[in-house]
Design a protein around this ligand. Structure first.
Ligand code: PFF
Length: 494
């Protein structure tokens, strides 16, 4: 009936936002903006800030690492975090579907019919450029789902250490403990595979239980007291370390960078740490963004989360390094055991240390579980939305696979400690694969996707930023962040 020559294909700048504004995730929405901020902070603040950040800083030259880390957060991680939440909020589904939705939307053009009698055009329908265009972008979602499972597999083991340390502290094991005492306590624990397996199993079970009940209910309740509690206890510990003889040396180590120590490998580790710590590059925040109402400014909530996360990591460094220098520990050799070998000494010698120690590890456990939930949620929603699972079935299946992979990490500290692949044990390999490869790659792809594929009018509508902030973000997401990730990645790899 209609001849194609009668149509003009026009891409116009005004979008039909009414339909978009009414879309909601089938899993519900956060009941307020504050809850989204709490949930995203709960995802970001976790073992990464308190357990991994000091260890990474120690291994990579202290201040040199910290300065590159801060730069990575501001120039790479923050803009990508905004992009990731944007994809989630607009897509409103699991990462795979959200990416599909957005790429479809981006490839739409409005088709106009020319009415020759009235001499005007009228819109008749939407049409896609090319049906195949948008399927490849879903791969970012798939990669994220896999990264989440791998990270959670070792994350759960370390969270298990945390639970065990709650009881160690409570039973007075840290009282007056010496540096050798704390080290041998840790070594004895990690050489015991069965005990670690028990805690790992308990932690995975709890995570799956909460996720099977739906993220919002449990999470909203837990996070309300977690965040303030964690801040409080970190401030108390900071107060305590100011009294230590190694306080200034610790601060100097953390904040006075020796610029000669900034190597390609340090930069790579710092960038990976920024992705890990802010929970970006794998769809965790995309999922949380999908539960965010369209009313709120993504930029505002993102800045708060990034600030809180960085603050906690730096605070953890301020606490750990004075202890390290006061007790003459070698920061470079402790590895992932760093906080488990230093903090007990502090708790053992401070007044009320038994209580503070117990509280600290309880809070760290909560911080870990709120992150764990966000690590598993992308995979769980994928099974629910695309493979017709119930929430319970999905959590159980993904939980089981994750638990199984986690056993490899447990063995890395005992039976398999001498087994190395590419010079790394199983745990270090998974950690490097995710932080240094998969998350940056995911973040890079999201930057390209949102920076170049998603229409400008879409990002303007979602972000609701001032003109100047939007321009800064757009430059960062299109040019600075992706180029930096690629350069750092290639240099590091060489
Ligand atoms: N950001 C969390 C932490 O610092 O402990 C870990 C994490 C959670 C990483 C969720 C990645 C993620 F998607």
């Amino acid at each position: 009936m209609y001849n194609i020559t009668y149509y003009h294909k026009l891409i116009i700048n005004k979008e039909i936002t009414i339909a978009q504004n009414e879309r909601k995730s089938i899993h519900g929405q956060w009941s307020s903006k504050v809850l989204f901020i709490f949930a995203a902070t709960g995802s970001a603040v976790g073992l990464g800030n308190i357990w991994k950040f000091p260890w990474m800083a120690a291994e990579n030259g202290g201040g040199a690492f910290v300065i590159v880390y801060l730069a990575s957060v501001a120039l790479i991680a923050l803009p990508i975090m905004i992009a990731e939440i944007l994809i989630g909020r607009r897509g409103k589904q699991n990462p795979v579907n959200s990416l599909r939705y957005l790429s479809k939307e981006a490839s739409q053009v409005k088709v106009y019919e020319v009415d020759h009698d009235l001499n005007r055009t009228k819109q008749t329908k939407y049409q896609h450029h090319n049906q195949e265009d948008y399927t490849n972008w879903e791969l970012i979602g798939w990669m994220g789902v896999i990264s989440g499972i791998i990270i959670l597999s070792f994350y759960s083991v370390i969270a298990g250490w945390t639970i065990s340390y709650i009881f160690k502290s409570f039973s007075g094991l840290f009282n007056q403990v010496t540096i050798d005492g704390a080290t041998s306590l840790f070594k004895k624990f990690t050489s015991d595979a069965e005990r670690q397996l028990a805690w790992h199993t308990i932690f995975m079970f709890m995570t799956c239980y909460i996720v099977s009940k739906g993220v919002r209910g449990g999470l909203e309740k837990a996070i309300k007291f977690l965040i303030p509690g964690l801040f409080m206890i970190l401030l108390i510990l900071t107060g305590y370390v100011t009294t230590l003889s190694g306080f200034t040396e610790g601060l100097r180590y953390l904040f006075l960078p020796d610029l000669n120590k900034i190597t390609a490998s340090v930069v790579w580790s710092a960038m990976g740490m920024a992705f890990f710590s802010l929970s970006i590059g794998m769809g965790a925040l995309m999922i949380y963004g999908s539960y965010l109402s369209n009313k709120f400014s993504i930029f505002e909530v993102t800045s708060i989360v990034a600030f809180a996360d960085t603050f906690v990591a730096i605070l953890a460094g301020i606490i750990i390094f004075p202890i390290v220098f006061t007790y003459h520990l070698d920061p470079t050799t402790a590895g992932p055991g760093l906080i488990f070998q230093t903090l007990p000494i502090a708790f053992g010698s401070m007044p009320g240390g038994e209580t503070f120690g117990t509280l600290f590890f309880i809070l760290l456990f909560f911080a870990a579980i709120t992150s764990a939930i966000s690590l598993i949620e992308p995979a769980v929603t994928l099974l629910i939305e695309n493979f017709r699972h119930t929430r319970a079935e999905a959590s159980l299946k993904i939980g089981f696979v994750t638990w199984l992979v986690g056993i490899g990490t447990i063995f890395s500290f005992n039976y398999w400690q001498d087994v190395t692949i590419l010079g790394m044990n199983f745990f270090n390999l998974l950690d490097a694969l995710t932080s240094k490869v998969l998350l940056p790659l995911g973040g890079f792809s999201m930057a390209i996707f949102v920076g170049y594929l998603v229409k400008r009018r879409t990002s303007v509508a979602e972000l609701k930023m001032s003109q100047s902030m939007y321009t800064i973000w757009r430059v960062l997401i299109r040019y600075i962040a992706p180029v930096a990730v690629m350069v750092i990645f290639t240099n590091g790899f060489m």
